[in-house]
Design a binder for this molecule. Sequence first.
Ligand code: SF4
Ligand code: SF4
Length: 161
Amino acid sequence: MGSELKKITEQADFESEAFVESSGSEYQISEDIFECAMCGECCSGFGGTYVTDDDISRISTFINCDIVEFRAKFCSKSGSKYVLSQSQTGKCIFFEESRQCTIHPVKPHMCRAWPFIPTVISNPENWNAMADSCPGMKKNIPHDDLIRIVSVEIKKLAKRT
Ligand code: SF4
Ligand code: SF4
């Protein structure tokens, strides 16, 4: 596990322990605050979909492509980092209207994590702003519930990675 993920896991451990007593709330699990509406908006590429070396390795293997070729054909540079390129429609190069994400089993960490990301823990107000572009997210969730649920989901994803 990378040091960044380890940090997130440790933070999630702390937060989930801190908020484990949550009885009485109508928001208990991730499905209570988010259900993907499959609208494809988050695949529109605004801001870019960053891919880590691990992401690139997994996706390259999945589509049977050499890593160097993968970077040249499917990635663009954003500063010093790689992002997935966009097609002419402005969507991610791996998005298809009929199938949505064509690399779903190996999609980048950032796509798998959404919308349960560390910035929501450090600043829960971000949740409502994110929800403006994601119809699957319920708005106005009490911050204690948000922090608890997001922490648990970050921890779960880190364990799977
Ligand atoms: S924008 Fe939200 S609801 Fe739409 S596909 Fe992405 S995660 Fe799902
Ligand atoms: S990798 Fe898949 S989920 Fe991520 S932006 Fe591209 S099409 Fe969407």
